[in-house]
Design a protein around this ligand. Structure first.
Ligand SMILES: [Zn+2]
Length: 167
């Protein structure tokens, strides 16, 4: 679920997030990192995926963390409650590339690759006022969701700038 066959082709790190880390998974995908996430995944399944695919596991669950360590997985236990702090910790620990450009992003919903599209192609897929307010649009090659630099991207850029300024 959500694991893309094009994994590894980018040479970027791949992540798997536990079921409590949906927002983090969406942001990692927006940053272009191949990220497994499912709200329904069982612990065993998650650990198995990480073992088979060599994904970095991010978890808030101490038991899952301990098991991952016993399997010698690359795992990070997130102790911070604030999302910004969790995100900053991962950015620092894994040296994440904070360039935000939708052209390098993955679909936050399904982890598919997204590509730029002309307005004409998505004319009937987005509300008229959105179509009139933005010039650039992207579409997921997997689930066909259309994206633009709306609220989600803007809030991410703000937090990324905050994190950069701390360094
Ligand atoms: Zn998608």
């Amino acid at each position: 679920m959500g694991v893309n066959p094009e994994s590894n082709s980018s040479g970027k790190k791949n992540f798997a997030c536990d079921a409590m880390l949906g927002r983090l998974a969406r942001w990692l995908r927006l940053l272009g990192y191949d990220t497994f996430y499912s709200s329904k995944v069982k612990d065993d399944e998650l650990l198995d995926i990480c073992l088979r695919k060599n994904f970095i596991l991010l978890t808030r669950d101490l038991e899952v963390f301990k098991r991952a360590v016993s399997y010698s997985l690359n795992v990070k236990l997130l102790r911070e409650n604030s999302f910004t702090e969790q995100f900053a910790e991962i950015v620092g620990d894994f040296g994440l590339d904070l360039k935000i450009t939708p052209d390098g992003s993955r679909c936050p919903a399904c982890n598919g690759l997204i590509r730029g599209v002309k307005k004409e192609e998505i004319r009937n897929k987005v509300p008229v006022n959105t179509l009139n307010s933005y010039d650039s649009f992207w579409i997921c090659s997997n689930c066909n969701q259309v994206y633009w630099m709306g609220r989600m991207w803007r809030s991410m850029i703000q937090i990324v700038e905050k994190i950069k300024n701390r360094r």
